[in-house]
Design a protein around this ligand. Structure first.
Ligand code: TEU
Ligand code: CA
Length: 612
């Protein structure tokens, strides 16, 4: 039924639409389809398009600059939709595209109903959305509503006086007395900001502090005020009525704060997101949002769930509770990090234990995501693979894509990872743009806590700008991201002359073409979506081997075996009883079939998928 629905929408939209036609088509898209008898369960799961999707995240600032100002834009995205369609992804998640002063690259929103000037106009957005739908793809947008920009008119009103009707849209508190300097009160509590320093900013106009868990220019909204919730629900409807297919929700568990905002205990101080993510009204507000807005549309929702552990995850994503479809849990993506940007040694059994744990805890009414990169983390291949040589880079990038696309949960790929793009060779502070890095520098290096060289090395390893350098489209100047005469807002990685989309499209063995095959494989077999997952050997320190199986009544059984050799060292891997590598269907090293074998000989970073 849902497929029919998509198909009907596609007939309405022909590929060459006049702008007016396009607009009309968009504004009528995505009402919730009339109540139809629920589709039969598949292996106990309620089927849904968002469970079967492969999502691709676009960071618009860095995707394609179409007008030469050095900043990626919406027309740039529209230009590359054929590329994405060719890759095979079918949902796009767009990082914030709203009007913003860009203290945090759009995660500080000034006007939720306007497109960021640098990214284009609403007409550009409508054209992009129509072109996405014309290709049978869908669009989810970023919903950033834990905070706004301090330039949002709600905040301008709020800070103007203590009795302004918008005062209570944010958290305003008196400071604590400062015996050492009575003229300068201390912050109301000990909350640290994610972006260094206190989470409180003193505002001289009304002599109170406001709360900002992120930058000073990102004041936190007070969700305990029903007016705030109403206003947020209304802006959500605005975009849904335009035809967007859902939301990725920024730091969504932080919307419910701890009553009275008490100091964090010494223990909580070690992991502030945890208490912040578990305010008493979190689920109630999400349920209200679901009731008032989400349930009325056929949408996909994914919450960025900082601070949420597996136990709480099952609560938020349990479909019977009517909150969100799925969340990003940080277990895997942050497994190799200590505090800040410090490295933590990780082992393969630890990674397996994370995925195995999810498989055990999340039931048939829950749904999961799979991702290991985004705009806040290093490049996939540099972070979890091996970018030390060209050969290992390509091999390990393919291995990681194999894993992401065959594990259980909806996979989220980040732009450029399909090319095996790498971290940027940062050597100096002034090469960074990110507010997180700049603020941390002030707090750590300028106070003498950390030598500059160490700081730069750590930010090079884990800084967010690694993932934000421009897309490498070709070997042309500026990597084809922007016209030759333009100056990209963030430097292009110098390796673009060899790592770029044009080169990879011309090479059948490229990471791009491999990823395309892996995506096609996932789309072709529901076993990768709804099938059972079994880790064949949780303690093996180098090989990750698992099966995905789906036995549907009256249909031939779908049985797949995935074998991944994590590392440069070759491995000999003996399959357990009952699992035979029958037929090789995907491999990142050509010519190593070993079909029918019970012991496999794996080369460096080798990945294989068999039918068994
Ligand atoms: O990220 C919040 C978050 O959880 C972190 O990953 C964040 O990037 C950083 O590590 C905190 O130290 C979301 C967005 O994805 C991020 O880009 C924004 O900067 C942030 O929220 C604020 O909106
Ligand atoms: Ca531009």
């Amino acid at each position: 039924m849902k497929h029919l629905y998509v198909f009907a929408a596609a007939i309405v939209l022909s590929v060459s639409l006049s702008p007016l036609q396009a607009q009309r088509a968009v504004t009528t898209a995505t009402p919730k389809p009339p109540a139809t008898p629920a589709a039969p369960l598949i292996n106990g799961y309620q089927p849904a398009w968002w469970k079967e999707a492969v999502v691709y995240q676009i960071y618009p600032r860095s995707f394609q600059d179409s007008n030469g100002d050095g900043i990626g834009d919406l027309n740039g995205i529209t230009r590359h939709l054929d590329y994405l369609q060719k890759l095979g992804v079918n949902v796009i998640w767009l990082s914030p595209h709203y009007d913003s002063p860009n203290a945090d690259n759009g995660y500080d929103i000034r006007d939720y109903r306007k497109v960021m000037r640098e990214f284009g106009t609403m007409a550009d957005f409508d054209r992009m959305l129509a072109a996405i739908k014309a290709r049978h793809m869908r669009l989810i947008i970023d919903l950033v509503v834990n905070h706004t920009s301090d330039e949002h008119h709600w905040f301008a009103e709020s800070r103007s006086s203590k009795d302004n009707p918008y005062r209570n849209y944010y958290f305003w508190r008196d400071g604590r007395p400062n015996p050492a300097d009575p003229a300068h009160p201390l912050p109301p509590n000990n909350y640290p900001s994610f972006f260094s320093g206190s989470a409180w900013q003193y505002d001289p106009a009304t002599q109170q502090f406001y709360l900002h868990l992120f930058a000073v220019k990102q004041p936190d909204l007070n969700w305990d005020n029903p007016k705030v919730r109403e206003d947020v629900f209304s802006l959500m409807r605005f975009w849904l009525d335009k035809g967007v297919d859902g939301f990725r929700m920024d730091v969504i568990p932080l919307i419910s704060k701890q009553p009275g905002l008490p100091d964090l205990s010494a223990d909580e101080m070690k992991n502030p997101p945890r208490p912040w993510a578990n305010g008493p009204h979190r689920d109630e507000y999400l349920q209200e949002m679901n009731r008032e807005v989400l349930s009325k549309y056929d949408v996909m929702t994914v919450g960025e769930a900082i601070g949420i552990e597996l136990g709480e995850q099952t609560r938020i994503v349990n479909s019977e509770r009517h909150e969100l479809n799925m969340i990003f849990n940080f277990d895997a993506v942050r497994m190799n990090r200590g505090n800040g940007y410090t490295e933590r040694a990780w082992t393969l059994p630890e990674l397996k234990a994370i995925y195995d744990g999810h498989a055990q805890v999340l039931g048939k009414t829950d749904w999961d995501t799979v991702f290991l990169s985004n705009h806040d983390n290093p490049r996939l291949v540099s972070n979890f693979g091996d970018d030390s040589t060209a050969e290992f880079r390509v091999r390990s990038a393919k291995l990681l894509e194999t894993m992401l696309l065959t594990l259980r949960g909806t996979p989220f790929l980040y732009q450029g990872d399909e090319l095996g793009m790498t971290n940027y060779p940062f050597v100096r502070l002034d090469q960074f743009d990110d507010i997180e890095v700049k603020n941390a520098y002030k707090e750590k290096v300028m106070t003498g806590m950390m030598p500059e060289a160490q700081f730069v090395a750590e930010a090079h390893r884990f800084g967010r700008d690694n993932a934000r350098t421009p897309m490498q489209w070709s070997a042309a100047p500026n990597a084809g991201f922007a016209p030759a005469a333009a100056k990209p807002w963030l430097a292009v990685n110098p390796n673009y002359t060899s790592i770029n989309a044009a080169a990879e499209l011309a090479d059948p063995d490229s990471v791009f073409h491999y990823t395309q095959r892996a995506i096609a494989l996932r789309h072709a077999h529901l076993a990768f979506v709804y099938g059972d997952y079994r880790d064949l050997n949780p303690t093996h320190s180098q090989v990750f081997a698992y099966t995905r199986t789906l036995d549907l009544p009256g249909k031939p059984a779908q049985r797949f075996l995935v074998v991944l050799n994590f590392g440069q060292k070759p491995a000999e891997y003996t399959l357990p009883e009952g699992v035979k590598a029958r037929k090789l269907i995907l491999a990142n090293i050509p010519g190593t079939k070993e079909a029918g074998a019970s012991t496999l000989h794996l080369g460096a970073w080798e990945a294989r998928v068999y039918a068994y």
